[in-house]
Every structure is written in structure tokens, then in C-alpha cells.
Design a protein around this ligand. Structure first.
Ligand code: IMP
Ligand code: MG
Length: 175
């Protein structure tokens, strides 16, 4: 079955939004250092672009989790596949995600990271599908709220494809 990608958010729109979020974070964390925690793989493109637009000192770390269940439906039980290299103790941490969907992965992850004693812990996501929320998650920085459609690009995949698209598109199946 072939699939087509319909553009939902252009490269320019995404870039402009990331610039805005970067400026907001730079203001909110003036005089501090931020520690960005990227949830691999989807969050990586967004984190790199965002980090370049933050003007306060930035440190980075990466973690990889797998939620049991299919890629399109998470169960909420999260396994750490790759843990962070650095402790979070006393750091101003921002978790960087590609998308918040049901919220299950993130609510589990945030609880776990909170236990590591960061000075502060916030969540920044490029995309949010509020209609799909099952578990309440407080999102501090959101790029775009989007309808309940399966999207790819800017780190998001469909069967591991399309992460490299410089825009956000909706997958349309035909055939
Ligand atoms: P949640 O636990 O349901 O919020 O799961 C969020 C994760 O599901 C994201 O980090 C993505 O990996 C994946 N996901 C949810 N919606 C989409 C989508 O539209 N496209 C690609 N991946 C998605
Ligand atoms: Mg993800």
C-alpha cells in the first residue's frame, strides 16, 4: 500500500514557531542554564533546532523509551531503552518531545524524572493532539495544536520513515 503525504505545517511555519519558543525559553530562563532532555528519536530534530535559538547556556542529554504497544497506540508502560548520561539533580530541566498524543508516555516519564530531583521540570512539545488525551499532562511550551491525524516529519515517523521531512505532513493511505 502506497501512502501520500499532505503538508500540514510548512517548513517556514515550523521554523518560525521554533524561533518563538526559543525566544520565550530564553526569557523565562534568563540568568539560568537550561538542561534539555530529548526523547529519542522523534524529539531530536526539534531539540537541535530549538537549542540553536536559545540564548541562555544550554546543556543536552538524550533518552530513549519504548512504550509497550504499537507505534500508533501506546500502553503507558514505558521501558527505558537508553537512560540519560547525566543526573538531573538541581538542574532546570526541559523535556523535549515531538508530540503529545494520549499523554501516557509523558506522564509516566515526567513522574520518573521528577524523582531524580531536578530544580525545575518543564515539558516542551512541538505538536499536541489535545483531542486524543487520555492522561492529563501539563505542557509548558507547545508549538502547534493539531487535529487527530497521524503526522510525520520533523522527527516523527511512519514505520521509521519520513523523520527527515523538513515540514509536518499527514499520512494519507491509498490503494
Ligand atoms: P502518547 O503516550 O500516546 O502521548 O505517545 C506519544 C508518542 O506516540 C509520540 O512520542 C510518538 O512517538 C507517537 N505518536 C503519537 N502520535 C503520532 C503521530 O501522529 N505521528 C507519529 N508518531 C506519533
Ligand atoms: Mg516520541
Amino acid at each position: 500500500m502506497a501512502e501520500k503525504i499532505r503538508v500540514l505545517l510548512t517548513e517556514e511555519e515550523v521554523d518560525r514557531k521554533i524561533q518563538e519558543i526559543g525566544e520565550q525559553i530564553s526569557k523565562d530562563y534568563a540568568g539560568k542554564q537550561v538542561h534539555l532532555v530529548c526523547v529519542l528519536k522523534g524529539g531530536s530534530f526539534f531539540m537541535c533546532e530549538l537549542a540553536k535559538r536559545i540564548s541562555v547556556p544550554v546543556s543536552l542529554d538524550f533518552m530513549s523509551v519504548s512504550s509497550y504497544g504499537s507505534e500508533t497506540k501506546s500502553s503507558g508502560i514505558v521501558k527505558i531503552v537508553k537512560d540519560l548520561d547525566e543526573p538531573l539533580k538541581d538542574k532546570d530541566v526541559i523535556v523535549i518531545e515531538d508530540i503529545v498524543d494520549s499523554g501516557r508516555t509523558l506522564s509516566y516519564l515526567l513522574e520518573m524524572l521528577k524523582d531524580r530531583g531536578p530544580k525545575s521540570l518543564r515539558l516542551c512539545t512541538l505538536l499536541d493532539k489535545p483531542e486524543r488525551r487520555v492522561v492529563d499532562v501539563k505542557v509548558d511550551y507547545t508549538g502547534f495544536q493539531i487535529p487527530d491525524e497521524f503526522v510525520v516529519g520533523y522527527g516523527l515517523d511512519y514505520d521509521q520513515k519520513y523523520r527527515n521531512l523538513p515540514y509536518i505532513g499527514v499520512v494519507e493511505l491509498d490503494g
